[in-house]
Design a protein around this ligand. Structure first.
Ligand SMILES: *[C@@H]1O[C@H](CO)[C@@H](O)[C@H](O)[C@H]1NC(C)=O
Ligand SMILES: *[C@@H]1O[C@H](CO)[C@@H](O)[C@H](O)[C@H]1NC(C)=O
Length: 222
């Protein structure tokens, strides 16, 4: 008959067995905790990816001004002619959500608060997949009565013409919807363009890319 002491003192074999079991138990618990934490982290990341909206971004990758001139005998009678090509990249920075345009994405070409040209960049109903960038090539050519420019804009045009560098602006606006979100979001981006009239012919003009910045639509222009 063994003593209680003997009973509680396990043999070296069962000690080993017990230790392995304890260890196995510990590892099981540990990996359980790790898996739970990983699942929670994944749920948080996925949840954030679908709940936090990153608005679309745009940049002008290339631009070429072929004509920007006033043909006039006097200030109130004449033509204002322009010809510009712009390559604009629109990025969907969301890695989980695609976007769908609810209103066309439109580009306004603006000089000194005057709208010179309006062109549709993306039709409504178009979709853009997650993390995708699309390059749009825009061409605008106009010949309008010089009255489109008011006196202040005409003076500014003369001033800038003297320097040979024109400060134009491309404003992008539209409305789009992100996957998993009901409420459409407005797009208002402004892309500043400093351009010289390109020499005639097909000579390449270097254009450093410009990032477009959000602007407040309160800015009224004509
Ligand atoms: C711009 O400057 C050129 C000379 O560089 C001149 O011939 C032209 O008439 C000017 N145009 C305007 C609109 O002032
Ligand atoms: C605008 O400029 C481009 C490039 O120089 C030319 O091919 C095109 O014919 C011009 N468009 C107009 C309407 O003048």
């Amino acid at each position: 008959m063994s003593t209680p002491h003997d009973e509680s003192a396990p043999s070296s074999e069962s000690c080993c067995y017990l230790r392995t079991k304890e260890e196995a138990c510990w590892w099981l618990k540990f990996s359980g905790v790790v898996i739970t934490l990983a699942l929670v982290a994944a749920a948080v990341v996925v949840g954030m990816a679908f709940s936090v909206i990153h608005d679309v971004k745009a940049s002008v990758e290339d631009a070429r001004l072929d004509t920007f001139a006033l043909y006039t005998a006097n200030r109130r009678a004449g033509f204002f002619a322009g010809n510009i090509s712009v390559a604009v990249a629109v990025r969907n920075p969301n890695w989980a959500m695609s976007i769908e345009y609810r209103k066309p994405l439109v580009a306004d070409l603006v000089f000194f608060q005057r709208r010179l040209y309006k062109v549709t960049v993306v039709e409504d109903g178009q979709k853009q997949r997650r993390s995708r960038t699309r390059l749009h090539l825009l061409h605008a050519a106009w010949e309008v009565p010089s009255q489109v420019l008011d006196t202040a804009a005409l003076e500014e045009l003369e001033k800038q013409n003297a320097t040979g560098v024109f400060d134009l602006e491309m404003r992008l606006y539209g409305e789009l919807k992100f996957l998993a979100h009901r409420k459409p979001r407005r797009v208002h981006l402004s892309c500043p363009l400093r351009l010289q009239v390109a020499p005639p012919g097909h000579e390449v003009v270097v254009f450093p890319p410009v990032e477009c910045v959000p602007f407040t639509p309160e800015n009224i222009y004509f």
